[in-house]
Write a protein that binds this ligand. Structure first.
Ligand code: NAD
Length: 311
C-alpha cells in the first residue's frame, strides 16, 4: 500500500506520515514548505518507503507509480497564516484540492480531505453535528479559510458523484501536540510559549468564548479509522470536552508552573463564540472516541514546547 500526503511537512501531515509508515505503508509527502518545514520530517527521511518531494500542489500534482490513498492536508491552517496568506489559502483549497482529487482519480485511490470545524463558522447550533450547514461570513477576513474548505468539500463530493472517486471528508476540531510552531498564533502555542517565557498570557476578548481541543494522537487514530472505512463523511473528529479560552489559559499557566499575568486583547473579527464537536457519528460508525484526557494532553504539548524553546 502506498499513500500520498499533501502538506506532509506540516504539523498534522508529519504525524500522519509517521503513523502510515509505522503501519507498514509507503509514504510520499508533498509539500511546498509554505507554513511547514522539512525539519518536521527529518526523523523520517532515510526511512525505508518514505519520500519527501517539494511541490506546490496549486501548480500540479504528479506521483509516478501506484497510489492507494491520498490524504489532502496541504493548507495554511492557523489564523495568523491564513490571514497573511489569503490568496494562497484560497488557491490551495481550490486548485490544490482539484489536483489532489485528480491524482486520486487517476490512480483509483481513496481520497481523504482534511476539512475543518471552521466550516461551521460562528455556529448557531451547539454542539455542532455534521448535518449543520454552518454560519460563515464569506466576505470577512476568515472567509478565505472557511470558504476554501467549504469549496474543497463541495469539490470532493462532485468528484465522488461525477467520477466515482472513493472520497472521505474529516472535519477536524482544534488539535494540539508536538511540532506546532510556538508563534503560529493558535491559542495553545501562544499560551504555552508565553507561560514558559514568563511573559503575559494574551487572552482574546474576555476569554468566555469556548474551544474543544483534541490531542494529536487521538486525531490521527480517528483519521486512520475513517481512511480505512468506506464512510464518505463528513465526519467530525474532535474532543467534546469544551472549555472557555480563559480556563484554557489558566490551565496552561498552572501546568507550566508559571506566574505570568493574564492580559486581555481584542478579539479577532468573526472569532467563533463556541466550538464543540458532536462525535456521535464517529463513535457509532468508526468505534472511535478520544482517549487522551484534557490535562494529560496539555502536559504532553507543554513538555514538547519546553524542549523546543530550549533548543
Ligand atoms: P500546517 O500549516 O502545519 O500544515 C500545512 C502544510 O501544508 C504545511 O506544511 C504547508 O507548507 C503545506 N502547504 C500549504 N500550501 C501548500 C501548497 N500549495 N502545496 C504544497 N504544500 C502546501 O497546518 P496543520 O495544522 O498541520 O493543518 C493541516 C491540515 O489540517 C490543513 O488542511 C488544515 O486546514 C487542517 N486542519 C487542521 C486543524 C488543526 O487544529 N491543526 C484543524 C482543522 C483542520
Amino acid at each position: 500500500m502506498r499513500a500520498v500526503v499533501t502538506g506532509g511537512a506540516g504539523f498534522l501531515g508529519s504525524h500522519l506520515c509517521e503513523r502510515l509508515l509505522d503501519d507498514g505503508l509507503e509514504v510520499v509527502a508533498l509539500d511546498s514548505f509554505l507554513t511547514g518545514s522539512p525539519e518536521n520530517l527529518a526523523h523520517l527521511v532515510g526511512r525505508d518507503g518514505f519520500k519527501l518531494v517539494k511541490t506546490d500542489i496549486t501548480e500540479y500534482v504528479h506521483v509516478p507509480g501506484p497510489v492507494d490513498q491520498v490524504l489532502h492536508f496541504a493548507s495554511p491552517a492557523s489564523p495568523i497564516d491564513y490571514l497573511q496568506l489569503p490568496i494562497e489559502t484560497l488557491k490551495v483549497g481550490s486548485a490544490g484540492t482539484l489536483h489532489a482529487l485528480g491524482l486520486a482519480k487517476e490512480k483509483g485511490a481513496r481520497f481523504l480531505l482534511a476539512s475543518t470545524s471552521e466550516t461551521y463558522g460562528d455556529p448557531q447550533v451547539h454542539p455542532q453535528p455534521e448535518t449543520y450547514w454552518g454560519h460563515v461570513n464569506p466576505v470577512g477576513p476568515r472567509g478565505v479559510y472557511d470558504e476554501a474548505k467549504r469549496y474543497a468539500e463541495a469539490l470532493t463530493m462532485a468528484y465522488r458523484r461525477t467520477h466515482g472517486v472513493d472520497t472521505a471528508i474529516v472535519r477536524i476540531f482544534n488539535t494540539h501536540g508536538p511540532r506546532m510552531r510556538p508563534n503560529d498564533g493558535r491559542a495553545i502555542p501562544a499560551f504555552a510559549s508565553q507561560a514558559l517565557a514568563g511573559d503575559p498570557i494574551t487572552v482574546a476578548g474576555d476569554g468566555s468564548q469556548t474551544r474543544s481541543i483534541i490531542y494529536v494522537d487521538d486525531l490521527v487514530e480517528g483519521i486512520m479509522r475513517l481512511l480505512r472505512s468506506d464512510l464518505e463523511g463528513p465526519v467530525n473528529i474532535g474532543n467534546p470536552h469544551e472549555v472557555s479560552v480563559l480556563h484554557l489559559a489558566e490551565e496552561v499557566r498552572r501546568l507550566v508552573g508559571s506566574d505570568s499575568e493574564i492580559v486581555f486583547v481584542p478579539r479577532p473579527v468573526d472569532d467563533p463564540s463556541v466550538r464543540q464537536p458532536d462525535i456521535a457519528l464517529a463513535r457509532r460508525a468508526l468505534g472511535w472516541e478520544p482517549t487522551v484526557g484534557f490535562e494529560d494532553g496539555l502536559q504532553r504539548t507543554i513538555s514538547w514546547f519546553r524542549e523546543a524553546l530550549q533548543r
